[in-house]
Design a protein around this ligand. Sequence first.
Ligand code: 2BA
Length: 108
Amino acid sequence: MKLILAIINNDDSAVVSSALTNEGFIVTKLSTTGGFLMVGNTTLLVGSKKEDVARAKEIIRLNSQTRKKVKPTTMSYGVGLHDSGPKIEVKVGGATIFVLDVEETEKY
Ligand code: 2BA
């Protein structure tokens, strides 16, 4: 048994989780926040048989898009609503996936 932990852009999360559940995967969605951009993203927990991990990863990959986001640098914090401070552009991946070994799983 494996646990797939997939951090997904919020804009893709509904499509990704529907695609996974349509293929029979059981999915838990967590509302999370990226530590760098400090904006919301979605973390999906998917418990899966080892042999199904590749299929789950493929479904996630096909339904996630890379996007460019602009992050204000620390120099522009604290200037109220002004949008004129220095900014940097970062490429936010469609999905970041971790696959963990699961020692035990039980359902009651
Ligand atoms: P954030 O932490 O908000 O990061 C958003 C994007 O900003 C990242 O995209 C990356 O392009 C850039 N970035 C992040 N940390 C950076 C840093 N210290 N210096 C320069 N640029 C940085 P992704 O790599 O595609 O990550 C998207 C989201 O996935 C992240 O949101 C974070 O929530 C999660 N994530 C990615 N890698 C992770 C990891 N190794 N451990 C835990 N969470 C991770």
